[in-house]
Design a protein around this ligand. Structure first.
Ligand SMILES: C[S@@+](CC[C@H](N)C(=O)[O-])C[C@H]1O[C@@H](n2cnc3c(N)ncnc32)[C@H](O)[C@@H]1O
Length: 299
């Protein structure tokens, strides 16, 4: 059996051996038109039950832990003394929001998935004292944020959302619009430069090739998601009038560990976070990261 076949079998058995990207949709003329339909519209809302489950599991994994540690550290470095006003577009179940509220920042989450927002309120309610009131939720699409909440935020985040949109331009326009002059903007997305790495290192070579050619991958539930080149996001945000601070790589080494709960790594978890922090802006490590973290400033 070839590694690709093994990966297919693992995926069919619900194992974490590598999803079937061979049928992933895309953008090439000979791809499956049925799959292409699955990439249109809002991929999250069309598949929310599976995606919520996968997200909750990944958030507790080593890769999930490292990602929140590194990104939160970058965000805190860009924010002034608390309380600052933060808008988290697609903030989901509130993990990022609560980590910022813990140091005294006020966070508004705008997200169309009411179940994720309910989880965010539950998470915030577990915090002590005034911290629990610092997170608020607004149901709605990020694209509609300018009509839903008053702007002028000190920081606008849009993390792990672009991959679920067939065309991110409207969402990115809304993200740019919500920051105050000299306010910060933070975008976390799936790094198209390195899309084939996970499959390739698992021996799913056919899938790795397809990921490279089409710029899409499938989640373990075989739901197709889209990746972006950080340079394209940089161009779009500059065109929207933002000053770029460049991008970092996130989940460089941790993406290739298994999905075991982060506690299982013991004291090595700290070493891994330090390693990823130091590698995040150093090529070639940055370019092979699973995620890119773009940051900029409104002018
Ligand atoms: C993978 S979760 C990411 C949650 C959180 N931002 C994080 O980085 O951990 C994706 C979230 O994006 C939300 N989402 C999907 N489409 C969206 C849109 N058009 N506008 C705002 N949020 C959206 C989903 O409802 C979901 O809560």
């Amino acid at each position: 059996m070839t590694p690709d076949d093994q990966a297919d079998r693992g995926a069919a058995a619900g194992l974490n051996a590598g999803p079937r990207v061979g049928r992933s949709p895309g953008l090439s003329a000979d791809s499956d038109p049925g799959s292409r339909d699955r990439l249109s519209g809002n991929i999250w809302l069309n598949n929310c039950a599976e995606l919520r489950r996968a997200y909750a599991q990944r958030a507790q994994s080593v890769a999930g832990y490292v990602r929140f540690e590194v990104v939160t550290r970058e965000l805190l470095a860009s924010l002034g003394q608390p309380p600052q006003r933060v808008l988290d577009i697609g903030g989901g179940s509130g993990i990022q929001a609560v980590s910022l509220a813990r140091v005294g920042h006020e966070v508004v989450i705008v997200d169309p998935d009411e179940r994720m927002l309910a989880d965010a309120r539950t998470l915030a309610a577990k915090e002590l004292g005034s911290m629990r009131t610092l997170v608020s939720t607004v149901p709605g699409r990020g694209e509609d944020a300018p009509a839903l909440v008053a702007g002028d935020f000190d920081l606008v985040c849009c993390h792990s959302v672009l991959m679920y949109t067939s065309d991110p331009s409207e969402l990115l326009g809304a993200v740019a619009e919500m920051a105050r002059p000299r306010g910060s903007v933070s975008i976390l997305g799936l790094n198209r430069h390195a899309l084939a790495m996970r499959y390739g290192l698992r021996g799913a070579f056919r899938h790795a090739l397809t990921a490279m050619q089409q710029g899409t991958v499938c989640t373990d539930d075989e739901i197709p998601v889209r990746a972006d080149y950080p340079e394209d996001i940089d161009d779009t945000m500059r065109a929207a009038g933002l000053q770029s601070h460049g991008w970092s790589g996130v989940r460089i080494f941790s993406d290739h560990l298994d999905d075991a709960p982060y506690e299982s790594l013991g004291p090595k978890l700290h070493d891994l976070c330090e390693l990823e922090w130091h590698a995040r802006q150093v090529d070639p490590y940055r370019r092979v990261a699973r995620l890119f973290h773009w940051m900029g400033q409104s002018t």
